[in-house]
Design a protein around this ligand. Structure first.
Ligand code: NAD
Length: 264
């Protein structure tokens, strides 16, 4: 049996990168999955493609902007309506302003937009997921644990800062770590686990749009302990561990999947 068999999962930012690879892996491991993204066409195409390779589970898509509370609520409601429950919430959608933004030149507009998506969006994702998980039907067969697993995507920069500053981004991700730890304590006795996942630099559009010349990429590569960027699927494998019952005693952690970067 798959590691997420009988579970229902919602993944945000699921049209690309980490979110897409995680949605694929979750479905392959037996979960019904709702892919959520602001990019409607891309997320629907991704779900149709994935559904063809995973006929034993339900794979659906919905458009939502995580910076809007009503959108997140509607997405969670849809998952519960379609799957009857919610076991895994992966608050993964995030944005990074592709510029060197420091204390002196970050525009307030960029700060607010980044916080709105990366932090407030994660808060709302947690809020509606917790409410849904609390209402999960009792599983008579005792196949499923009560409660659920919420995973929030932070970043290595939340631990060590970024060599090329992205101030609002770094601040938003640090706040995700703090918020997740607190929620983990508050909801531990309900069986709802909350963990952050901290990716290192990955070969996804988010980072590659920022490191948009071979010179910029080479300069970054020199600082990576493994001498390479990570792949989105390597992150997805970490998210799968946190989503599954294999991590049943893991909550409130900053789970680093960064090729050792934040330890050097
Ligand atoms: P990506 O750009 O490949 O994918 C991000 C997805 O999020 C896109 O499909 C985009 O449409 C969606 N999205 C953006 N804003 C949204 C919104 N308001 N509502 C709903 N969906 C929205 O990026 P990725 O690298 O897979 O990033 C995923 C997460 O990982 C982000 O939170 C990012 O900050 C984090 N992260 C990435 C790296 C990296 O090196 N790629 C490193 C550390 C952390």
């Amino acid at each position: 049996p798959g590691r997420l068999q009988y579970k229902a999962a919602l993944v945000t930012g699921a049209a690309s990168g980490i979110g897409l690879e995680s949605a694929i892996l979750f479905a392959l491991e037996g979960a019904n999955v709702l892919l959520v993204d602001i990019n409607e066409k891309a997320v629907e195409d991704a779900a149709v493609k994935l559904a063809k390779t995973t006929p034993n589970v339900k794979v659906l898509a919905t458009k939502a902007d995580v910076s809007k509370e009503a959108d997140i609520k509607a997405a969670v409601d849809k998952a519960v309506a379609e799957f009857g429950r919610l076991d895994v919430m992966f608050n993964n959608a995030g944005i990074m302003h592709p510029a060197d933004d420091n204390a002196l030149n970050t525009e307030e507009r960029i700060w607010d937009m980044t916080m709105q998506v990366n932090l407030k969006g994660v808060w709302w994702g947690c809020k509606y997921a917790i409410l849904a998980m609390r209402s999960n039907p009792v599983d008579e067969a005792k196949v499923l644990h009560t409660g659920g697993s919420i995973i929030n995507t932070a970043s290595f920069v939340a631990i060590m800062g970024a060599a090329t500053p992205q101030l609002a981004y770094t601040a938003s991700k640090g706040a995700v770590l703090a918020m997740t730890r607190e929620l983990a304590m508050v909801h531990a006795r309900e069986g709802i686990r909350l963990n952050s996942i901290c990716p290192g630099p990955l070969k996804t559009p988010l980072l590659m749009d920022f490191l948009n010349t071979p010179e910029k990429r080479d300069r970054r590569l020199v600082h990576l302990p493994m001498g390479r960027f990570g792949e989105a699927v390597e992150l997805a494998k970490g998210a799968l561990f946190l989503a599954s019952d294999e991590s049943s005693y893991v909550t409130g952690t900053d789970f680093k999947v960064d090729g050792g970067l934040s330890s050097c």
